[in-house]
Design a protein around this ligand. Sequence first.
Ligand code: CA
Ligand code: CA
Ligand code: CA
Length: 290
Amino acid sequence: MDQRTLGKGSQRARFHDGPASSDVNYAFRGILDEFHAYNDHALTIDEIGMLYAFGNIGPTVDAGPDQFELPPRKFTLEGSSTDDGRWSSPVTYSWHILNGPGEDSFRLLESNGASAQIDFSEGGSYRFALGAFDSQVTTFDELMVTVRHPNPFERFMHGFPAIAVEDRSHDGDPDGDRRSNLAEYALGGAPDVSETYYQLGLRHELVREAGDWYAEFRYPQRRDAAQRGLRYAFEVSDDLSAGSWMDRGYTVMNITPMDEVFEEVRLRMDEPLDSANSRLFGRVRVELRD
Ligand SMILES: [Ca+2]
Ligand SMILES: [Ca+2]
Ligand SMILES: [Ca+2]
């Protein structure tokens, strides 16, 4: 091995030659293999190990598999991570949106460790990143999600973000007004407000013509119902029992615009009322073709 000159020794430096107290350069004559000094003491093997890679290896993080053509509703992203335990354990997680269709296109419902529950309201492509932080180093992994575009009913329900995701179906009735979400959508109701029949524009009256009494009914319908695949069927019953509803002959008298979105249908039963059938109930049944 070549003889090398180390830097100036200090009074405390010890080499093979023993203590040196001079302030002069001197030749090194031993074999130098591995030498670490820090804060005036020789490092232990563990401390030496910690110096490598700055003593820490960043977490390995996996944001989970890419997702394609999800329906526009709640979905849980499941990530994971492993780490060497330094500098602190467990690691902390953070989810980030890198790009998406727009600001209001999704909501983060809940984030718990490496998983995140997201409510998607717009179709398109999203890119998320999951970060794992071991209190010194953050590492990221990315995830691609595509969401199909919501249909008009789904878009309507997204207008009521306070309604729980599981209450958003056609048949759901989160406001308990015995009108399904689909009926609210079709008749102009709010699925989170309990409306009376009158508030919703459902009316009935008796009209007299040529000595006979006829029942008339009015209800709102969407002006673009056909484009939306909505169909309104009017049925009547004498006693409201489940099996008694039937399609009985009627004539649409007129259809009057109410506003930009809705119009009022007025129909008259073809059969005049007689004293024998003193009660008649009407209802609108709504169907949606997908
Ligand atoms: Ca680490
Ligand atoms: Ca309802
Ligand atoms: Ca309602």
